[in-house]
Ligand binder design. Sequence first.
Ligand code: 2AM
Ligand code: CA
Ligand code: CA
Ligand code: CA
Length: 265
Amino acid sequence: MHENEILIYAKSWIKEAGERIKKSFQTTLNIETKSNANDLVTNIDKETEQFFITKINQQFPEHRILGEEGNGDELEELGGVVWIIDPIDGTMNFVHQQRNFAISIGIYENGVGKIGLIYDVVHDELYHAVKGKGAHFNDKALPKLNEVSVSEAIIGLNATWVTPNRRIDPLILGTLVRDVRGTRSYGSAAIEIAQVAAGRLDAYITMRLSPWDFAAGLILMEEVGGVSTTLKGEPIQILQQNSIFISKPGLHKSILENYLQGKEW
Ligand code: 2AM
Ligand code: CA
Ligand code: CA
Ligand code: CA
């Protein structure tokens, strides 16, 4: 795989898609709901996904595409080169805030993450990583992640999981919330994972994400020495929905051992 060539195209397409999304702020959005009333999708999510599909099919006809809005290929395995794309991660933020959303692209070869890009469109912040060549923020190399204790950590977490809910006992993460220095919720999984890779958040925990939410972020995390697992501490299955726990290395062990392990997830 020619990483450099693919990266140059991916970067230019992601910036062009970002410009189109910003122009859409002046138009009327067509907003629909998906699995529930808060699960939104717009015409711009779909148009952005189609923009990438057209570009990739033109330039790299042998590559396959898995996109959230379902206009790419039907994938059951990760053979060859596969682009895993979330055209807008944080659609609720896109609709309500016109900021704090990202385009996320993870490029895998035979199941191995090779290139990851997360573009925070409105802040014009591009995170990218190439396997074995490090991670970058706006083309500046990101350092390896350092150690931090639980009491000095800021973690990304959705408040839903510390209120009564169908999935988990709120006290499990409630105890962690009490012990850390602070919590943040950005409403875009890709941005939250990118923030951990950039050392601005120390960990990120969420109950259920899909491949396009984490495909790019996992590649960034690996390049800065971060640890990415499920909440049980098990490997993340790229083509499935997973719970996600990504963190600075030492902190990952402490949170897993002292808060998460042995619980029902
Ligand atoms: P999305 O905006 O691409 O749907 C916060 O909502 C984060 O969780 C976002 O990254 C969002 O991605 C993701 N997410 C995953 N599944 C979701 C769902 N069913 N409803 C809302 N957000 C979801
Ligand atoms: Ca969605
Ligand atoms: Ca998403
Ligand atoms: Ca999306």
